[in-house]
Design a protein around this ligand. Structure first.
Ligand SMILES: Cc1cc2nc3c(=O)[nH]c(=O)nc-3n(C[C@H](O)[C@H](O)[C@H](O)COP(=O)(O)OP(=O)(O)OC[C@H]3O[C@@H](n4cnc5c(N)ncnc54)[C@H](O)[C@@H]3O)c2cc1C
Length: 470
C-alpha cells in the first residue's frame, strides 16, 4: 500500500478507498466504452470535509483528481485521462437533501443526488424542477451542473446554469467555499459560482447546490407530428411558439432513423406512424392557464391544412404522453445498442439549421459514402445531435481514424455556420481537438489564466476541457 492510499484510508475509512482493478473498473470506463484508463484509486467520501482532506492528501503526494458523478458524460469527462496518476472522487455518497425553502422556492441538495431524485424531491414538496434528460436516472447534480446540461425543457426554463443560485465547492488548496446563497440578486463583485458551472470539474469540486424550484405543472399535452423537411419543422415550431409562448416546454426533432432506433430499444414500443422525420412537442400549463391540449389541436390542425405536417398524434392520456417521450429518450441507448455512432452535439442559429443539415448530408454523401446519418435533438434551441453511423455491417472500431476526420468536418461546418461544436455535452477528452481548432487564442488564454488562478498545480481533471499549449 502506498503512503497516499494509507493516508486516504485513515481520512475516509478503508471501505471508502477502492484500489483493486475489479473495484475500479466500472469507474474507469466511460458510458460509451470509448475511453478506459486506469486510476490509482476510487474514493467514495461521505462529506465535503472528507473531500477536502482527500484533496490535500492527493496534492501532497502528486496525485491528480478526476471528479465523477453518474458517469454519463458523452465526452468522457468523468473518467481518467491517460497518465495513471489520477484518483477518481465519486460523489455518489453525498446524497442529502439539506433543505427546501417553500417561501423562496429553492432546494439545497448534495452533489450525488441524481437528477431524477431531485425532480422527485421537488414534486413531493409541491414544486417542479425542470431540467430533464435521457440520463436523469443516473446523472448526478454535481455532474449536471459541471456540464451545464440542457436537455428537453431548455426552451422555457433554460439550462442548468439558469437553475443554480448557490454552490458549495472544495477548492484546490482544500479550502471549502460555502457559497450556498439562495439570493436571486447579488451584485457584489464577480459572480464566482458561474465559473464552476460548466467547468467540467477543472476548477473545483462541487459538493452541494442551492437550486431554483418552480410552480408545479397542472396540465401537459404532447404530440408527435410527421414532417417532410427540417425547414417545415422550423415553421411548425415558430407557429407553436407564437401560440403557446413559454408554455411550449419541448420541441424535439427526430429523423425517422433516430425514432426507429428509440422504438427498437423499448420492448413492445412501436412508432404510431411512419414519416421521414418527426417533431415531438409538449405544451405545459400552470393551474388556471389555457388548456394545453386545445392549443396543440388548433395549431396542428392548421399545420396539417398547410401541408407542413403530414400526420400527427396527440397523446390522449398521461401514459400515451410518457410513451411518446420515452421513444425520444431511448434514442441514445438504441443507437449504442445498434453499434454506436460518431456523435456530435452542434448548435447553430435557428435560421441556419436547414442549410447546416443539407450541408452535412451533402458532406457525408460525398466524402463518406455508405455512412448513415442519425439526427435528433433540441431543435427549438438550435441544437441537434448529428450522429454518423458506420456503413451497414461495419462496427465503430473498424472505421479507425475516419472517426476523427468525420468529427473535424462536422465541427468545422457548425463553426462556419456561426454555431457551436459542443452545445450541451461539453469538451471532456473527446472535443479537445475542436477546442484547439476553433477557440481563438484570446479565449484560450483567458481560460488558461482562470485555470491557473483556481488550480495552479493542475490538480483537477487533467487532460480535459482546455487543450495543452503546444
Ligand atoms: C442517454 C443519455 C442522454 C443524455 N442526454 C443529454 C441531454 O439531453 N442534454 C445534456 O446536456 N446532456 C445529456 N447527456 C449527457 C450527460 O448526461 C450530462 O452531461 C450529465 O450532465 C452528466 O452528469 P453525470 O453526473 O453523469 O456527470 P459525469 O459524467 O460523471 O461527469 C461530467 C463532468 O462533470 C464533472 N463532475 C462530475 N461531478 C462533479 C462534481 N461534483 N464537481 C465537479 N465536477 C464534477 C466530471 O469530472 C465531468 O467532467 C446524456 C447522456 C446520456 C448517456
Amino acid at each position: 500500500m502506498t503512503a497516499l492510499t494509507a493516508g486516504l484510508r485513515d481520512a475516509l475509512g478503508a471501505e471508502a478507498v477502492l484500489t483493486s482493478a475489479a473495484e475500479r473498473a466500472p469507474y474507469e470506463r466511460d458510458w460509451r466504452g470509448l475511453v478506459n484508463n486506469p486510476a490509482l484509486a476510487v474514493l467514495l467520501p461521505r462529506s465535503p470535509e472528507q473531500i477536502a482532506a482527500a484533496v490535500k492528501l492527493c496534492a501532497a503526494h502528486g496525485a491528480r483528481i478526476v471528479p465523477q458523478g453518474g458517469n454519463t458524460s458523452l465526452v468522457a469527462g468523468g473518467v481518467p485521462a491517460p497518465g495513471g496518476d489520477q484518483v477518481i472522487i465519486s460523489f455518489s455518497r453525498l446524497r442529502a437533501v439539506r433543505g427546501i425553502d417553500p417561501a423562496g422556492d429553492t432546494i439545497t441538495v448534495e452533489a450525488g443526488l441524481t437528477l431524477a431524485e431531485l425532480q422527485g424531491e421537488a414534486a413531493r414538496a409541491g414544486r417542479f424542477f425542470p431540467v430533464s434528460l435521457g440520463a436523469e436516472g443516473t446523472a448526478e447534480i454535481g455532474g449536471v451542473i459541471s456540464t451545464n446540461a440542457g436537455g428537453l425543457q431548455v426552451l422555457s426554463y433554460g439550462n442548468m446554469r439558469a437553475q443554480v443560485l448557490g454552490l458549495e465547492v472544495v477548492l484546490a488548496d482544500g479550502a471549502i467555499w460555502h457559497g450556498l446563497s439562495a439570493l436571486r440578486k447579488d451584485n457584489t463583485g464577480y459572480d464566482l459560482k458561474q465559473l464552476f458551472i460548466g467547468a467540467e470539474g477543472t476548477l473545483g469540486l462541487i459538493t452541494a447546490a442551492t437550486l431554483r424550484l418552480y410552480p408545479p405543472i397542472a396540465a401537459r399535452a404532447a404530440a408527435l407530428a410527421g414532417i417532410t423537411t427540417l425547414a417545415a419543422g422550423l415553421e411548425v415550431f415558430a407557429t407553436l411558439r407564437h401560440a403557446a409562448g413559454p408554455s411550449l416546454t419541448m420541441c424535439e426533432f427526430c429523423s425517422g432513423t433516430a425514432l426507429a432506433l428509440g422504438a427498437a430499444q423499448l420492448p413492445g414500443a412501436r412508432l404510431p406512424f411512419a414519416a421521414p422525420a418527426y417533431l415531438l412537442v409538449e405544451i405545459s400549463a400552470l393551474a388556471g392557464g389555457r388548456e394545453p391540449g386545445e392549443i396543440l389541436e388548433a395549431v396542428l390542425a392548421g399545420e396539417l391544412a398547410q401541408g407542413r405536417v403530414g400526420e400527427a398524434v396527440i397523446a390522449q392520456s398521461e401514459r400515451e404522453r410518457l410513451d411518446l417521450i420515452a421513444l425520444r429518450e431511448a434514442i441514445s441507448e438504441g443507437e449504442l445498442r445498434a453499434g454506436g455512432a460518431v456523435k456530435h452535439d452542434i448548435a447553430v442559429p435557428l435560421s441556419r439549421l436547414p442549410e447546416t443539415i443539407a450541408a452535412v448530408e451533402a458532406l457525408v454523401a460525398r466524402k463518406y459514402p455508405g455512412f448513415r446519418l442519425n439526427i435528433f435533438g433540441h431543435v427549438g434551441d438550435g441544437n441537434l445531435h448529428v450522429n454518423v453511423l458506420p456503413p451497414q455491417g461495419r462496427g465503430l472500431a473498424e472505421i479507425g481514424s475516419i472517426k476523427a476526420e468525420i468529427s473535424a468536418d462536422i465541427e468545422a461546418l457548425a463553426v462556419q455556420m456561426h454555431g457551436s461544436f459542443s452545445a450541451e455535452h461539453g469538451i471532456g477528452q473527446l472535443r479537445l481537438s475542436a477546442m484547439a481548432a476553433h477557440k481563438s487564442p484570446v479565449e484560450l488564454a483567458m481560460m488558461r489564466a482562470i485555470k491557473r488562478a483556481f488550480d495552479p498545480d493542475g490538480l483537477f481533471n487533467p487532460g480535459k476541457t482546455i487543450p495543452e499549449t503546444t
